[in-house]
Design a protein around this ligand. Structure first.
Ligand SMILES: [Zn+2]
Length: 84
């Protein structure tokens, strides 16, 4: 079996050169508008976090909608009882 070691292409930038920081670990890297991460590892981490956040937001939206619907239903029931 052939073992191919994966070569990591981590390029370091000097402090005085224009650079930006990795969104996840904050490591200085070359300014690339298409890449916000220093490595695929950091990108995976970020995507996982993003997914979690989106799920959280979705749950919150459902709770909000549920509350509004519940209030409307209670109002309708009250109105019906008072009217009848
Ligand atoms: Zn990073």
């Amino acid at each position: 079996m052939l073992i191919i070691s994966e070569q990591k292409t981590k390029r370091w930038v000097r402090k005085w050169e224009p650079h930006k920081h990795c969104t996840v670990c904050g490591l200085a890297m070359e300014p690339d508008p298409d890449n916000d991460f220093c490595s695929s590892e950091c990108e995976t981490k970020y995507r996982k976090w993003e997914k979690k956040q989106k799920k959280k937001d979705k749950t919150f939206t459902y709770i909000m909608i549920g509350s509004v619907v519940l209030i409307i239903v209670i109002m309708i029931i009250n109105f019906t009882l008072m009217g009848g």
